[in-house]
Design a protein. Sequence first.
Length: 303
Amino acid sequence: MTDPISAPAAPVTAAPAAFDPHALPPLRDVIARFGLEARKSLGQNFLLDLNLTGRIARSANLPAGTTAIEVGPGPGGLTRALLATNAVKVIAIERDRRFIEALQDVIEASEGRLSIVEADALTVDPEELAPAPRAIVANLPYNVATPLLLGWLARIEAYVSLTLMFQKEVADRLVAKPGSKAYGRLSVITQWRSDARVLFNLPPRAFTPPPKVESTVVHLTPRSNPEPADWRALEQVTAAAFGQRRKMLRQSLKSLGNAETLLEETGIAPTARAEEIDVAGFAALARAFRARTPAEPPPERGA
């Protein structure tokens, strides 16, 4: 990872200097000037409407003094909007070097509040970039959105909040309830570690180029009293259960060992199916499973 690129730092104050996102050249002009066509291989779709990027930034509701960490700033629409919030500093992680040069005007206008880190976000620990309080606000590249989210959820207590844009299908899974078709492993892990709520949807036409799917902004905050469970054990239990979601748990959990005993210990009916079990039920299964097997370390970032 390279050193952050930033302007000389201004003194930290409780109220950052006013920043006008519209005072800089229009984003379409920036794209044309630097030849910044979106690359499908990097999951790039640009959100150029500053009214929409402003809505995302405001919906994060960042407390004064918070550092906002952004992933994939691209031409800088959301970056500008974050600089217009209470964020004392904005740190943008960008792996595509083309955009770093294009963001220099924003860096200069930020009066020391914007830093760019040239790196792959999958290899970066945001906790090393900024002290608490910190929050992540990002229009995530769809091709890496889920692994990024899982990495942050493993340490979500380190963040004030996560305000993230996903394709709508993924967002629906994050907030799905037991009994619904969208309910699955991602639902359980997300709701175990966080309180997640959908904020609003954005149509494909809001982006350049338009993706083939609708997008959704989701706000996640650390759950104050999560069910006690081991991360690896919960992953293994949910993988087994939802890997054969149409089968009864006494069958789908066989790969974990004595499924009947696990279910008996947790008071879950052997004839139940994965989609019927709530987060507390899966946490209980994870505890019972871990009691029989050696604990493993939590997943490393990028693993």
